[in-house]
Design a protein around this ligand. Structure first.
Ligand SMILES: Cc1cc2nc3c(=O)[nH]c(=O)nc-3n(C[C@H](O)[C@H](O)[C@H](O)COP(=O)(O)OP(=O)(O)OC[C@H]3O[C@@H](n4cnc5c(N)ncnc54)[C@H](O)[C@@H]3O)c2cc1C
Length: 422
């Protein structure tokens, strides 16, 4: 069957742009459909060291190093509820590689850089174009129908469709594939400050995780232009127990942690308070015939360890490689993506176990490492994003302190699919 494109990618965020760059570099004809006009706002500014490798692969490291939208990040630090700060966890103490220095990024410009990079490599990008429905013929996904801003609808056909539509979940919503992780069902509220306190020197770009009661936590992420991204993640019942006014909730929570209170005191809030629920989930399937899912469109994990961007970039890269191989074999059936699903889920399980441990009331990294100092390297690998390796010894040890979840059974390819036609 002849198509105008080899692959249609829904969503031009980090996952979609990375996959587009990988495929275009291989000479594949790629169409990226993006609902917004870039630069567009997106939360999720803090990277992990292992983001370096997909970014290196698609050739954007020099542009990132020279950018004005990033701050160098060398470490993460933790603050107790009474405001005591831990020694910073410097990535270079564990990783002897340039990747040990990573970045905090203003996403609007970072994501634009990635999308422009995909364009330069040959991908066709259509902004202000929303994917509305999957085109399914003979039980195989053959493309998508889009709607432009003026309401014009249009079909686009390709051998493969890659869904990178983020938490909006183009495919998983339409197929009813979103399975929520009940234990990690949290709410996040966040905003931006200018003129708030920043640490100095190496610590200027550190991510700070500051605890509030009930295992809730603040993030404090320094960005360019004297701006700080500040947000809280906690249980719905805890955050909303005294009412629904977002400003009052946020201000009350700032008082719960002395470090956050003191750091924000000289600053002023410069944006509205945003909120999201609908936290951690994974799709029932990672693929159907002619369809693959990557980034948040496939799964989302609580962002306490800043894993989202890394998983988006890495799954975009993996999806690009898997689709290229499938096209070469002329086999775009769901089963062609079994390895992709297996590897991605295994990496995500490691991070998921760590996130569960974080929220377990009896767990602390200090206690774990005191008893198992030999596991410091394994723990570090998990925290910097080196997720695609064996972590059994680490989680056998974690299980002595906290409940370790069993791996989710879902996320594999759907071997034969009957998709509704609208
Ligand atoms: C509160 C919060 C805090 C976070 N903090 C961090 C952090 O500190 N560090 C970190 O690494 N991650 C963080 N994340 C996660 C991070 O934001 C995401 O993992 C990352 O943006 C995923 O990239 P993506 O490319 O999969 O999706 P996105 O970046 O969401 O991109 C998806 C794109 O698809 C487009 N789109 C959607 N639907 C359609 C459609 N129907 N048609 C066409 N286009 C469409 C959207 O416009 C968007 O541009 C956080 C997330 C949340 C919610």
């Amino acid at each position: 069957m002849s198509h105008d494109y080899d692959t249609i990618i829904v969503g031009g965020g980090p996952a979609g742009s990375t996959a587009a760059a990988v495929l275009a570099e291989r000479g594949r004809r790629v169409l990226v459909l993006e609902r917004e006009a870039f630069p567009r706002y997106c939360v999720g500014e803090s990277m992990l060291p292992y983001c370096y490798f997909p970014l290196e692969r698609i050739g954007v490291l020099d542009a990132l190093k020279d950018s004005t939208f990033s701050v160098n990040k060398h470490s993460v630090q933790f603050v107790t509820m009474d405001g005591r700060i831990s020694a910073p966890f410097y990535f270079f103490q564990h990783l002897d590689h340039e990747a040990a220095q990573t970045w905090q990024v203003r996403r609007s410009e970072f994501d634009t850089m990635l999308l422009d990079n995909a364009r330069r490599k040959g991908a066709v990008v259509r902004e202000r174009t929303s994917a509305r429905r999957l085109i399914v013929e003979d039980e195989v996904v053959r493309g998508v129908e889009t709607e432009d801003e003026d309401g014009t609808t249009r079909p686009w056909r390709a051998a493969m469709t890659l869904d990178c539509s983020g938490r909006d979940g183009f495919a998983i919503n339409r197929q009813d594939w979103r399975i929520r992780d009940a234990v990690l069902s949290k709410v996040a509220m966040w905003t931006y400050y200018r003129g708030a306190m920043r640490d100095e020197g190496l610590d200027e770009g550190a991510t700070t995780v500051a605890y509030v009661p009930e295992k809730g936590w603040f993030w404090y992420i320094p960005l360019p232009d004297d701006t700080v991204s500040v947000g809280i993640t906690a249980d719905h019942e805890y955050l909303y127990r005294d009412g629904k006014d977002l400003e009052r909730i946020f201000d009350a929570q700032i008082e719960q942690n002395a470090w956050i209170r003191d750091h924000l005191a000289p600053g002023r809030r410069v944006e509205k308070i945003r909120v999201t629920g609908d936290y951690s989930y994974r799709s029932r399937y990672c693929a159907a015939d002619g369809l693959l899912l990557a980034g948040d469109a496939f799964a989302f994990l609580d962002p306490v360890f800043s894993s989202g961007l890394f998983l988006a970039l890495r799954s975009g890269e993996m999806a690009g490689d898997a689709i290229d191989a499938a096209l070469s074999r002329d086999d775009v059936s769901a089963t062609a993506f079994a390895d992709y699903g297996r590897e991605l889920c295994a990496g995500m399980e490691a991070m998921r176990k760590l996130v569960y441990a974080f929220y377990d009331r009896t767990f602390s990294f200090g206690k774990l490492l005191k008893k198992h100092p030999d596991l410091r390297g394994d723990l570090t690998d998990c925290l910097i994003g080196n997720l695609f390796r064996d972590f059994d010894p680490l989680f056998d040890a974690v299980a002595q302190f906290a409940d370790v979840p069993t791996p989710l059974a879902h996320g594999k390819p759907k071997e034969r699919v009957v998709l509704p036609r609208s």
